[in-house]
Write a protein that binds this ligand. Structure first.
Ligand SMILES: NC(=O)c1ccc[n+]([C@@H]2O[C@H](COP(=O)([O-])OP(=O)(O)OC[C@H]3O[C@@H](n4cnc5c(N)ncnc54)[C@H](OP(=O)(O)O)[C@@H]3O)[C@@H](O)[C@H]2O)c1
Length: 259
């Protein structure tokens, strides 16, 4: 995939991986539009990257996705790349009485239903382009769950599976389907976690991680697994019980603290 001269929509571009994608892709000569829920954070991103385009939109809300589509295709008819990046991760204790039935599903709405709906909404537009791509951001935790974040990992395993099916269903079109499975990456998302929750893994530098993702797209590497994500996938194949028990340690500790 040629990684210059594209018009690229990135959901969740106000911080972390999405913001870094915006910065690097603009340097390569692409037009970039970012979304986020918080107008103040979008304004702050625009201050740092004056040529980025910003649109307030909630990736977890189907009506907002339909409205985003109308705005984007009107203002940016050249749009040919969609990066489904918006997402969040929580430590969640399923025994906790305070988590209600709406709240329990929030990661599914944003991290899984969001990208699926974005793909459905933007697909017919992307199919008309001479060269087009969809990149879904999953996680190394799509391959092995971290039980302290059960709903997040279910959403990421789901987006991994959906992306595989999507790639098959789009094989006779000009739309390339990529998955980026980031390893633990130094962004605000991980700041809310105790390092012990994350199996003591060292976070990858965000600029290095996004650089690897863009190179992967350039080389048509359809499942991009930078750093420890590749090791996680491999370990899950050769020593699945061992790697799962390592990732279960923080949840074991959480359970022991309840008693
Ligand atoms: N950092 C890691 O270690 C890591 C590892 C694997 C995968 N990932 C994945 O990478 C993606 C980006 O994460 P990050 O680490 O860059 O986190 P981040 O720094 O917290 O950034 C998340 C971005 O998503 C936006 N966002 C969150 N919910 C949204 C919603 N409902 N609608 C629209 N925008 C929304 C946030 O903006 P607002 O809050 O203003 O809306 C923000 O711009 C996520 O899908 C995450 O699961 C991260």
């Amino acid at each position: 995939m040629k990684m210059s001269g594209n018009t690229i929509l990135i959901t969740g571009g106000t911080s972390g991986i999405g913001f870094e994608f915006a910065e690097q892709l603009m340097k390569l000569g692409n037009t970039v539009i970012i979304t986020g829920r918080d107008q103040a954070r979008l304004d702050a991103a625009k201050k740092k990257l004056p040529t980025v385009h910003t649109i307030q939109s909630d990736a977890g809300d189907p009506k907002a996705i339909a409205a985003l589509f109308e705005t984007v295709v009107k203002q940016f008819p050249e749009l040919n790349v969609l990066i489904n990046n918006a997402g969040f991760m929580r430590r969640l204790n399923l025994h906790d009485q305070d988590v209600d039935l709406e709240d329990i599903n929030r990661e599914i709405e944003t991290n899984l239903s969001g990208p699926i709906r974005m793909v459905k909404q933007f697909l017919s537009h992307l199919k008309m382009k001479e060269s087009a791509a969809i990149l879904n951001v999953s996680s190394g935790l799509a391959f092995v769950p971290l039980p302290i974040s059960p709903v997040y990992c279910a959403a990421k395993a789901g987006i991994h599976s959906f992306t595989q099916s999507l790639r098959v269903q789009l094989k006779n079109t000009r739309v390339k389907v990529f998955e980026l499975a980031p390893p633990l990456t130094a962004t605000p998302l991980v700041d809310s976690f105790d390092p012990a929750d994350l199996a003591g893994s060292k976070a990858m530098n965000v600029s290095v991680m996004v650089g690897a993702a863009i190179r992967g797209m350039e080389q048509d590497n359809f499942e991009i697994r930078p750093g420890q994500s590749n090791a996680l996938k491999l370990m899950n194949r050769i020593a699945p019980k061992f790697i799962f028990s390592q990732l279960s340690k923080s949840a074991d500790k959480m359970l022991s603290e309840m008693n």
